[in-house]
Each structure stands twice: as C-alpha cells, then as structure tokens.
Design a binder for this molecule. Structure first.
Ligand SMILES: C=CC1=C(C)c2cc3[nH]c(cc4nc(cc5[nH]c(cc1n2)c(C)c5CCC(=O)O)C(CCC(=O)O)=C4C)c(C)c3C=C
Ligand SMILES: [Fe+2]
Ligand SMILES: [Fe+2]
Length: 344
C-alpha cells in the first residue's frame, strides 16, 4: 500500500474544521451516455444492489445498462434546468446558505458538499479540504433516515478513500436525524405553509424512497425510522388517523420492496373516497427526479386516471431557511466540540 498525502507534509499552524454535506448524486447531463456512467457507478455499489457480483455484473452490463439509460435520460430531460440537475443545484444552494449561516459563528469553518456517485466526487472534495488544512471533518449525509444503501455507503466511501491516505482527519459522521426535533419542526412548517396557501386535502401521504424488503428483514433500520418520522410529523400536525398514511416509492427490479407502494396507493385511493390527495416526501432533502417526475408527474397520472380529482405535491425542504436552520441544529453538538469560534 502506498499512502498518499494531499497536503505535501505541511504543518498547519491553523488546523481547521470542515462540514461536508453528502447527497446521492446525479448524472452530469440528461443523456444516455451520462446516465450510463452514473448508473454504472451507482448500481455497482454492493450496498445498493446486494446481488452476488458475477450474476449482477452480467445483468447490469447486458441488460440494465443497455435499456435503462435511454429511459432514465428521457425522464431526467423533463426535470433538467438551466442550472442542471435539480438535486445538484439544490445541494449547491444548501451548501452556500449553510456556509453563510455557520461562518457567522465559526469564521474559520469550511463548508462543502460532495456526491456519493458522480460529481463533485467525494474523493475530490476530501482531498481539496485536506489540502486546505482541514484536520477535523464533520460529514452530514443528507439522508434523514439511516439505510445501509445510502448512509452506510457514504461511510464505505470515506473508508475507501482514507485507507489510501497517510493523514486521516478526526471524523464525525451524522448517521441519521430522523426524529430530531428541528427536522420534524422544519417538515411540519413546510406542510403548514403549503396549507396556508392552498388549503388541506382529504389525505396527506408521506412517500419515502423504498428499499428491497430483504434489507429491512436483515436488520436495516430504514423503514422503522421512516415510520417514526411520519408518526412524529403527523402528531405535530395534529392529523387524525385517517388523514394521513405512509407509502414507499421508486421500486427497482423484480424483488419485493417496502410496502405499501406509492403507485398502487395512488391507484386505489380514489376508489376509497379520497379525491384530493397531497403528497409529501420527508426523506428527500432536495427535490430530484424521484419527486419532480416520479411523484409530481407519474403518480399524479395514476391518481387522476383512477378517478382522483386533485393531486398536489408539497416541495422538499431544499434550500429553505427552515432547512438550513435544521442542518445547523443537527450540527450544533459536533461543531461545539470541534470548531474554533475565534477570529484570529
Ligand atoms: C437499485 C436499488 C436502489 C436502492 C436500494 C435505492 C435506495 C435509495 N435511493 C435514495 C435516494 C435517491 N435515489 C435516486 C435515484 C435512483 N435510485 C435508484 C435505485 C435505488 N435506490 C435508481 C436506479 C435511481 C436513478 C434514477 C432512475 O434511473 O430512475 C435519487 C434521485 C437522483 C437524481 O438525480 O434526481 C435519490 C435522491 C434513497 C434515500 C434510498 C434508500 C433509502
Ligand atoms: Fe434511489
Ligand atoms: Fe424513480
């Protein structure tokens, strides 16, 4: 093993603390070629797809990467903006707002973001921060609910990077914040603001990204944390039992995923007398393909086709001030331990 040093043996007179936001990642362009690169990296992660490598290599390369990039590129094109992928620019904005907020208290603090897959890449940002003298690193994966397939994979990537580095910084990884009071409050305010402007529906559906059911039965706490978030949020909003429910979206492949599925629920609700539905996705810290297209377009279609009358999607927290305040609250304890308040 050759260990590398991104900071050329410098001895820093001013050691620094950094906060690094990490989100999933997104393709660089809404094209089949860019999607192929992105999906190849993402779907080859054994934390994401837990299938023995040889059969999965064959399925991935011979089937998935021949069919899906074209279909996914078409979906991404419908949400693409002048600033690129929504997930990328929302994360960029979150990072900029959080830096402004935290540097008021901690002037020396670095605040950066990276993507687990695609760019800006985690190794690139980690080397950049260390070259800038960072020796204490607080990583905030933007996944409120822990799953091995998301947060666990970020920790894998940190380990894979630092096992080749000579100088490993002090590390603090925020594993989850699914019941943090500031998170529940930010979600509640987001819904209440929507209601103040547009009124309430017959039912509020909390849709979380799914994972294969097997991950949960093998011990992944993800669905328990999703249900806890939803129950706390419903209680904070004072919702009656029949006024809300929790579903899981974005199923991929043939295996059974967490149920109830969002799409089947949308097809069934009108028949049960729910004509005006509102969807909110508390697990997505930024709007992305899975909310703007899968929820706001595809699932709207299922609901209306089945006889529903009004379908409304309530935006993710994105770079809203209440989300930035929430991140600052979640980071308060590690920052109090590590960050330097002084100006000198
Ligand atoms: C194949 C298995 C997948 C697992 C397990 C999985 C877990 C998981 N994902 C998110 C958050 C996001 N996923 C997004 C996109 C996306 N997810 C999968 C597959 C799995 N996800 C695929 C194939 C895709 C790509 C899109 C497509 O081709 O349809 C996104 C959006 C990214 C964007 O650029 O907009 C997010 C966010 C969580 C939270 C999670 C487990 C808890
Ligand atoms: Fe996903
Ligand atoms: Fe999807």
């Amino acid at each position: 093993m050759r260990y590398q040093s991104p900071h050329a043996n410098a001895v820093f007179d001013q050691p620094r603390t950094a906060v690094l936001l990490v989100n999933l990642g997104t393709p660089d362009a809404p094209t089949p070629a860019a999607l192929r690169r992105y999906l190849k990296e993402f779907l080859w992660d054994p934390r994401v797809v837990e299938i023995p490598r040889l059969p999965w290599w064959l399925i991935l390369n011979l089937l998935v990467l021949r069919l899906r990039p074209k279909r996914s590129a078409a979906a991404y094109r419908t949400v693409w903006t002048e600033r690129g992928s929504p997930l990328l620019f929302h994360t960029q904005d979150q990072c900029d707002r959080l830096r402004e907020a935290l540097q008021a208290q901690y002037p020396q603090l670095e605040v950066a973001f990276a993507m687990r897959y695609g760019s800006p890449s985690l190794p690139q940002e980690l080397d950049r921060l260390q070259a800038a003298g960072v020796d204490k690193l607080i990583v905030l994966p933007l996944y409120p609910q822990y799953s091995g397939s998301t947060t666990g994979s970020v920790v894998d990537a940190l380990g894979a990077h630092f096992r080749r580095r000579r100088w490993v910084p002090s590390l603090h990884v925020v594993g989850e914040y699914h019941r943090h009071p500031a998170y529940i409050e930010a979600l509640a305010e987001q819904v209440e603001q929507y209601w103040a402007r547009h009124g309430r529906g017959d039912r509020l559906v909390f849709s979380f990204h799914g994972v294969p059911e097997r991950y949960a039965t093998a011990g992944d706490p993800y669905p328990v944390q999703c249900h806890a978030t939803a129950a706390l949020l419903a209680a904070r909003l004072g919702l009656a039992e029949d006024a809300w429910q929790t579903t899981f979206q974005s199923r991929f492949g043939k295996a059974k995923w967490l149920t109830p599925y969002t799409d089947q629920t949308m097809k069934a609700l009108p028949g049960q007398g729910v004509k005006h539905v509102q969807l909110f996705c508390p697990g997505f810290s930024a709007d992305c393909l899975e909310t703007l297209e899968e929820i706001a377009v595809e699932n709207r279609g299922y609901f209306i086709e089945a006889g529903g009358e009004r379908f409304e999607y309530i935006s993710a927290l994105n770079a809203e001030p209440r989300h930035i305040n929430m991140m600052a609250a979640v980071l308060a304890a590690p920052l109090a331990d590590w960050a330097d308040r002084s100006h000198s």
